[in-house]
Ligand binder design. Structure first.
Ligand code: PPE
Length: 325
């Protein structure tokens, strides 16, 4: 995980100088919000995938957590991400903006502090392992339940939310699986520890409704790609045994990208190999992120382009922002 320059509150500093004080409520209570974004190598240099949607979700997360005013606007954060990707010279990289309280929060009143922003980038290879994309991975249903939507705020990427993910992931890895599937407090399938989940049955694609999950930007991209490929798609509650009976199951997220679950709870899913729907969506996703399909140019922010040349700035984000077809 190498990072050269980190953007800290308005300026680039060498990574070893990008530090926060030990007395920081982000560290003590998990009171911070973050994003996970990827930039990809394209024929026109690195392009950040759906940058504005990620920055918008970052600001939404801060709003949900009732953080004090963020001293950076959406366009300023977009510009900062481009600056830090360019400064590190990576073509393919992961981008991690994080808003934390540099002052305050000690009485657990988040609103009385001072918000700061740091943005790091690093080269992050296959998140679920080297074989994941080609062969799929093995998952189990976790003994840990995903957040009740009035216990943690599931639409916000709050640092503290991830203790739940870490409990589940650590347990699954210790049991010999690659990833954990988490059920919501009603017992329906919610999501994985860092990915949303889709299944395919009888040639239709199904994904879980948004009430108890993070509204993934990759999930939204897959919904658009699937509809554009002519697939039938439904958002509806999914039970554990519907996973066992699916022809294909796959997970998707910024870090993980699109990965098949070839086995769940010791049961082979479908053929036990990456199925045709998963494969075609994987290919469509990778073509889109690499700028190989002009239809999805609007999703790319080319790091080296001047603002006037940028398709992603030409149109405002729709108000529902991720309803992007
Ligand atoms: N659910 C959860 C709980 C989640 O953390 C992510 C992203 C998603 C769904 C998919 O969201 P999106 O990336 O917008 O498609 N997880 C991020 C953090 C992973 C990590 O280990 O850190 C990510 O993929 O960047």
């Amino acid at each position: 995980m190498q990072s050269k320059q980190v953007w800290m509150n308005g300026r680039l500093v060498p990574a070893e100088q990008a530090t926060v004080p030990f007395l920081n409520t982000g560290l003590h209570y998990g009171l911070a919000v973050f994003e996970g974004i990827r930039a990809y190598r394209t024929a026109r240099g690195p392009a950040v995938f759906r940058l504005r949607e990620h920055v918008e979700r970052l600001l939404h997360s801060a709003h949900v957590l009732a953080m004090p005013a963020i001293p950076w606007s959406e366009p300023e954060i977009v510009a900062a991400v481009r600056e830090v990707v360019a400064a590190n010279g990576f073509d393919d990289c992961y981008v991690r903006p994080l808003i934390y309280l540099s002052e305050g929060g000690w009485n657990l009143d988040v609103g009385n502090g001072k918000a700061s922003l740091g943005i790091a980038v690093w080269e992050w290879g296959p998140y679920l392992g080297a074989e994941a994309r080609e062969a799929g991975v093995r998952a189990n249903v976790s003994s840990f339940t995903r957040h009740h939507p009035n216990v943690m705020m599931t639409k916000a990427k709050i640092a503290g939310n991830y203790a739940n993910s870490a409990l589940a992931k650590t347990e699954s890895v210790r049991l010999g699986f690659d990833e954990a599937i988490m059920l919501d407090p009603s017992g329906f399938v919610a999501e994985c520890t860092g990915e949303n989940l889709f299944l395919v049955r009888d040639a239709a694609l199904v994904t879980t409704p948004t009430a108890t999950i993070l509204e993934g930007i990759t999930r939204d991209s897959i919904l658009t790609l699937a509809r554009d490929l002519g697939h039938e798609v439904h958002e509806e509650p999914v039970s554990r045994d519907q996973l066992y009976l699916a022809d294909e199951v796959f997970v998707c997220g910024t870090a993980a990208e699109v990965v098949a679950l070839r086995e769940i709870d010791g049961r082979k899913v479908g053929s036990g190999r990456v199925g045709p729907f998963t494969r075609s969506l994987q290919q469509a996703f990778h073509a889109a992120v690499r700028g190989e399909n002009a239809r999805y140019e609007r999703w790319l922010t080319y790091v080296r382009d001047a603002p006037a040349e940028r398709a992603d700035l030409a149109t405002p984000l729709p108000s529902t922002s991720r309803a992007s077809s």
